[in-house]
Ligand binder design. Sequence first.
Ligand code: P61
Length: 469
Amino acid sequence: MNDHAIEYPAEPWRIKSVEPIRQTSRSYREQTIRQAGWNPCLLRSEDVYIDLFTDSGTNAMSDRQWAALMTGDEAYAGARSFYVLEQAVRTYYGYEHVIPVHQGRGGENIMSRVLIRPGSHIPGNMFFPSTRAHQELNGATFHDVVIDEAHDPSSGHPFKGDVDLAKLEAVIGEYGDAIPYVSLAATVNMAGGQPISMANLAAVRELTGRHGIPIMFDTARAVENAWFVKQREAGWGDRSIAEILLAMCSFTDGAVTSSKKDSFANIGGWIGLRDGELAERARGLALLFEGLHTYGGMAGRDMEAVARGIEESVEESSIRARVGQVEYLGHRLLAAGVPVVRPIGGHCVCIDALAVLPLLPREEFPGQTLAAALYVEGGIRGVERGGLSAGRDPVTGENRYPPMELVRLAVPRRVYTRAHLDVVADCVIRVHEGRDRIKRGLRFVHEPSHLRFFQARFVPAGGNSIFGG
Ligand code: P61
């Protein structure tokens, strides 16, 4: 066993239904990525062998979730399935008022419209593209108050999602009343799936409480955060995941959740609030943008699947296997000397594209280039999380280049086997070993104005291919 070898936890489930996937030839993939404007997001999923683009909505539902679909009440108003979902959220997350939405960004839209005014300032533990886009659309400026270690791929800090209290205090000092809420994420996606500690949550609550500022929590991957608290934070090792999850949420005033992550659902989300008046305003907007407040854009059957998924997500064997699988992939790459974000995150392994391709200028999008190279090499699809994802500053129009330029390999839950992860690791290692062959990056031929990474098209900046020539 070398230093990086870790135990692979056997899955607490067996496979009941399978979906064929196919491997293609390298020349086919070269042609396909070119047709997709060198953007893996524009590939057809049939042309991808192992799809690590996202863990969002790509999870395998359990037999019980599938069975729950049949019990969905599709009544327009007051569906029984709404009350099932409401009860699950109240029990496991502790928010009294529950408003279903079609997915996370539906909730972000509503919460941003309810809480933000032009000129608002929102501190948070790192930005997430859709969250910040909705904040900015409503006239707010986002302030990153995460600890510095979150921006350093090589820092092994156990809680890289922690807020730097001095940074937060400085933003409060400067903008005071113009801060409608602090935006906290449980496991910070853009930092590589890094958790926030219970102690830090308590300290942020104490600080914001003194200023009367509420905390809004992004609970898309809060169960993964609870797992890390249990593993890493003194005093929590003996508590159940459900207890930790509830304790984490108790520090916050409300939540927006994408149920496509922790809750194993293919679609869905919800807003959770403690304040009845705020909830009433959010319900009013949900009517306009999502659907009636007892379905919010979800079918009754989807609400059943989410409710059942919430229960399954807090089972310890389930979350252990989930995070253990991601760690296995990460440690295989670390053992081979591939620069990846440390510690390995809850939902993804992130390759440090600036370390792999140090000679490529940021304007040529090293992360996007590396993502395209992984696809060409092995049919593996990851996603850029760097300058392309960060977009342009809404005021200056300049490209934003965050400190990290990553390729994220997000592992869907209960979908791939250890052998698949070995195929992924071998592919990444081969691309890393042959990295000198990647001579140039990419330049835009089409740049959308919002969340540009989803639909942007590129050509190689240096001629015909990213591999020179
Ligand atoms: C993902 F770049 N995540 O990780 P929705 N909060 C958090 C998320 O991770 C998240 C949402 C809110 C995705 C898909 C995705 O700009 C983007 O249910 C922490 O997808 O609407 C989604 O939840 C939004 C990636 C979505 C993006 C929007 O792959």
